[in-house]
Design a protein around this ligand. Structure first.
Ligand code: ADP
Length: 203
C-alpha cells in the first residue's frame, strides 16, 4: 500500500490527466475518480444491480452495460432519482477509491478527483495538488478536446468550485498556463518532494 496519498484536482480541462500522465512516467500509481465512477457500475457490480432493480432492465444496452445517456435523462428532470443515484454511487466510489489506494504499490500515489474540493474528498488524502490554469485557457482547451460549445463548457465551469476556492485548499500548485513542456520540470520537483514526504511518514 502507498503510505502517502496526493489528491490532484483542478477544473474541467485544467490538465489533471496531462499532469498525472507525467507522474506515471515515474511509475507512480494513479487512481482516477472518473475511471472508478465507471468501474462501480460495470456489469456484475452491486452498483449496476441496484440501478437495474430501480429503473428496470431497459436501463441496460444490448451488451448488458449501463446506458448512460438514458440514465442521465432519467435523473435530469427528477431530483428524487438524482438523490437516490448519488446516495448509491458516492459511497461506492469512495469505497472503491480507498481499496485502490490500499492496492497501490508505489511509495506514494495520486488520487485524481475533479470534484475533490466540492465533495470534500480532501479528507481522504495527505496533501492536495491543484492544477491551475486561467479560465480562458481552460475554456479553449476543453472546447478543443470535447468538441462541445462554449455555453456547455461554461455551464460545467460554473457548477464547479472557482479557481480561488480550489487554490485555498492547495498544498502545491502546478501552473499549466504555459506549454505542456513546462509541466515536466514542475512534476519532477514535486515527485522528489513527495518521495521525501512519503519516506518521512513511514520512518
Ligand atoms: P483534465 O483531465 O483536467 O480535464 P486534460 O489533461 O484532459 O484536463 O487537458 C485538457 C485538454 O488540454 C487536453 O486535450 C490536453 O491535451 C490539453 N492540454 C493540457 N495541458 C495543456 C497545455 N499546457 N498546453 C496545451 N494543451 C494542453
Amino acid at each position: 500500500m502507498s503510505s502517502y496519498v496526493i489528491g490532484v484536482s483542478g477544473g474541467i480541462g485544467s490538465g489533471k490527466t496531462t499532469v498525472t500522465d507525467c507522474f506515471k512516467q515515474f511509475d507512480i500509481d494513479v487512481i482516477d475518480a472518473d475511471v472508478v465512477a465507471r468501474q462501480v457500475v460495470e456489469p456484475g457490480t452491486q452498483g449496476l444491480q441496484a440501478i437495474t432493480e430501480k429503473f428496470g432492465p431497459q436501463i441496460l444496452d444490448k451488451q448488458g452495460e449501463l446506458n448512460r445517456s438514458q440514465l442521465r435523462q432519467l435523473i435530469f428532470s427528477n431530483a428524487e432519482h438524482k438523490n437516490w443515484l448519488n446516495n448509491l454511487l458516492h459511497p461506492a466510489i469512495r469505497t472503491e477509491m480507498a481499496k485502490q489506494i490500499q492496492d497501490a504499490k508505489s511509495s506514494y500515489c495520486l488520487l485524481s478527483v475533479p470534484l475533490l474540493i466540492e465533495n470534500k474528498l480532501y479528507e481522504m488524502v495527505d496533501r492536495v495538488l491543484i492544477v491551475d490554469v486561467s479560465e480562458s485557457q481552460q475554456l479553449a482547451r476543453t472546447i478543443l478536446r470535447d468538441k462541445s460549445n462554449t455555453e456547455q463548457i461554461q455551464a460545467i465551469m460554473k457548477s464547479q468550485a472557482t479557481r480561488e476556492q480550489r487554490l485555498a485548499f492547495a498544498d502545491d500548485v502546478i501552473d499549466n498556463n504555459g506549454p505542456t513542456e513546462n509541466l515536466q520540470q514542475q512534476v519532477s520537483l514535486l515527485h522528489h518532494r513527495y518521495l521525501d514526504l512519503a519516506k518521512n511518514k513511514t520512518s
